[in-house]
Design a protein around this ligand. Structure first.
Ligand SMILES: Cc1cc2nc3c(=O)[nH]c(=O)nc-3n(C[C@H](O)[C@H](O)[C@H](O)COP(=O)(O)OP(=O)(O)OC[C@H]3O[C@@H](n4cnc5c(N)ncnc54)[C@H](O)[C@@H]3O)c2cc1C
Length: 443
């Protein structure tokens, strides 16, 4: 008997699976890793789950919050104050509030005024059109000046987009700024961020249990190698076997989609997908005996540093939950051909640790109780000018084959909220098509 196959048990694939199983379809989900969750997966520290890649919610992530409500988890989301800083000119500065901007001496007063005013104006713009065909680098240089680009925005964009930073469209930065502005308190004095008590993996686990309860099944540690298609439908060829399917949803990265289904697509679609780029992420977690900085989020605006951000999770969530350990994420977005990307953890730590002393001269490697190192090959799609015309379709050129990927999220930045929105959206399309074909009986 045929069923719907989903490649990828990240949040987008799970959301789609949840909707499809609830609509009465039989769904099989294939995941290459032993556990579901994708980029939102977790490890355990001191008996408490913790995200392998740091995660929080903004108050504008309303779809995540209402989905958590639907799954009975709304009460588990805590909104806690967070403190942001920036490392620039060899020292730490508070950042993200009007008062901290005034004290931030790497910018001169006229630069600060231009930066503050134009950022406020950006938050008020509602329509993205004017930002779609200009790069953030050009726009910021023109409206906020070269120094502000070099001191603030340039480092932030290099942090996420590496050598593609100057190609990123202003629309991406505008959306980030406008959503972030709404996430801040009215006074602009601070920001509360959302965290799922017990980690975001709880929503993943709840989804898995509901999908299984509605007849869905999981094939974990069972990577899909290839999709084949003939007049009767698809065959999902995995590491462990092959399975028939009437429809297939690839809920994964563009390279993963091309690897399993590229040969089924029109040449034009395949080539367009092949041109899309994304940075990978290295995320190193240090379990420490002492706190490194007073901030939850520290942007690094210093091109000599080998990483882009320090996220001290326990300056946001109490360390007591993790057996008293201080938890520090060292964040580094790189293209996967960068020499550090595939380096072993010892080499990465060897490159990073001397620089932690620049952030806090008292830092000593003896503070480290344990460390963990994670890689994500596809972490941040690069949104370039004219991206709207390049957004991959959810209905692919191969009938019955669908795609849901972070590369479709536009103009917002990728995140759990949008994995849910887009997972929902693709499920609706599939349900529409299935209803049109009268294929429900096949379930
Ligand atoms: C460093 C970092 C920090 C982040 N911080 C935040 C944050 O603070 N807040 C927030 O909301 N979001 C954050 N995100 C983003 C968030 O994690 C993602 O947007 C979301 O989890 C993406 O879900 P997805 O299902 O689209 O993709 P993924 O999570 O990538 O899921 C795709 C799944 O498909 C599987 N797969 C791929 N190919 C195959 C195959 N051939 N066979 C079987 N399985 C396959 C993969 O193993 C994976 O599990 C962050 C991401 C990163 C990398």
């Amino acid at each position: 008997m045929s069923s719907i196959a989903i490649v990828g048990a990240g949040l987008a694939g799970l959301t789609a699976a949840y909707r499809l199983t609830r609509a009465g379809y039989r769904v099989r989900i294939f995941e290459r890793y032993p556990r579901p969750g994708g980029l939102a997966r977790s490890l355990e520290i001191g008996g408490e789950p913790l995200e392998a890649f740091y995660h929080h919610l903004f108050t504008t992530d309303t779809d995540y919050v209402s989905f958590a409500g639907e799954l009975g988890l709304a009460e588990s989301i805590e909104w806690l104050p967070s403190k942001m800083g920036i490392f620039a000119d060899g020292r730490l500065w508070d950042f993200g509030t009007p008062a901290s901007l005034l004290r931030f001496s790497p910018l001169r007063l006229p630069d600060k005024l231009r930066f503050g005013l134009s950022t406020l104006l950006l938050q008020r713009v509602r329509r993205p059109d004017r930002f779609e065909n200009v790069t953030a680098a050009e726009w910021i240089r023109r409206h906020q000046g070269e120094r502000t680009w070099r001191t603030i925005w340039g480092p932030l964009l290099y942090q996420k987009f590496a050598d593609d930073a100057e190609r990123v469209a202003m629309v991406w930065l505008w959306r980030k700024i406008s959503l972030r502005g709404r996430s801040r308190s009215r006074s602009g004095l601070g920001e509360c961020l959302g965290y799922m008590r017990g980690s975001f993996i709880r929503l993943v686990e709840e989804l898995v249990s509901r999908i299984e309860g509605s007849g869905g099944s999981f094939h974990l540690s069972d990577e899909v190698r290839r999709l084949d298609r003939d007049s009767t439908g698809f065959t999902v060829v995995t590491r462990r076997g092959s399975h028939p399917a009437s429809q297939v949803l690839v809920a994964a990265s563009i390279p993963d989609h091309l690897a399993v289904a590229g040969h089924l697509l029109d040449e034009g679609e395949r080539e367009a997908l092949g041109r899309l780029r994304a940075t990978g992420a290295l995320c190193t977690i240090l379990e420490l005996t002492r706190s490194l900085t007073p901030y939850y989020w520290l942007n690094i605006a210093d091109s000599d540093m080998p990483f882009g951000g320090l996220i001290e999770h326990t300056n946001y969530i109490p360390a007591e939950r993790y057996g008293g350990r201080v938890l520090l994420y060292i964040s580094n977005y790189l293209f996967t051909d960068h020499p550090l990307y595939h380096a072993p953890k010892s080499e990465v730590l060897g490159a990073y640790l001397p620089h932690l002393r620049r952030v806090n001269p008292a830092f000593d490697p003896s503070w480290i109780l344990a460390s963990h190192h994670f890689r994500a090959d596809y972490a941040q799609p690069v949104v370039t000018t004219g991206y709207r015309r390049q957004i991959p379709a959810m209905r692919t050129s191969a009938p019955g084959l669908y795609l849901c990927s972070m590369a479709q999220i536009y103009p917002e930045d990728r995140g759990q909220n949008y994995a849910i929105v887009y997972g929902d959206r693709v499920a609706k399309l599939m349900l529409e098509d299935l209803a049109g074909r009268g294929a429900r009986g096949e379930g």
